[in-house]
Design a protein around this ligand. Sequence first.
Ligand code: ATP
Length: 220
Amino acid sequence: MKQEYAVIGLGRFGGSICRELCQEGMKVLAIDQDEQRINEFKNIATYAVIADSTDEKTLLELGIQNMDHVIVAIGDNIQASILTTVILTELGVKKITVKAQNDYHEKILNKIGAHQVVHPERDMGRRIAHSLISSNILDYLDLSDEHSIIEVMASRKMVGKTLIDLDVRAKYGCNVVAIKHNNQINVSPRADLLIEGDDILIVIGSNKDLARFEKELIAD
Ligand code: ATP
């Protein structure tokens, strides 16, 4: 059965989530208090409704409690974002993802029971910063405050060597969890596998260790 989503707040972030979900064929209820925004999404979302998400009765009438996943993408109005999240948790919504504006907002959202808190501007900033350090760094993902995963293109220093030669674990404290070769992914690669020119390595470690790994093995 198709998953049912609700997106509350149709700014650039919420709007783009709503568009993508609809494009992927999901059922999406789009909610915004602004009539103009709702008009924009009338022909995109499955349902588009003008409503104030801080009004519990209205949310209940819209059947929000039956949604598989609700995304709260209210921007500047932190109070409305928090109040909406409280109502959704009290109604027992299965999965609630909320966009945070800053670290304090994020802390509160975690405390009041949001299942996932996203911080798109900060996360994208970090990713871009890492790709600026080296064009070999293709992606960067926070696992916690202290640990991350990076996806890196095999650098000059790696090509023609094995994981034993590079001794990544002992030298940098990081683990190569997978190597992508010609679109095939090799999970837990053997230590004697030879790294080739177009290979992509997926590496996990503490931010401190990854920074050393990036600086010594991949920086241009
Ligand atoms: P971005 O455009 O980058 O996503 P943003 O996160 O600041 O920026 P806004 O432009 O502030 O997003 O958009 C948030 C949307 O949320 C607006 O369309 C606004 O009308 C809507 N919104 C704010 N409060 C409520 C509320 N209580 N109920 C429903 N919609 C709301």
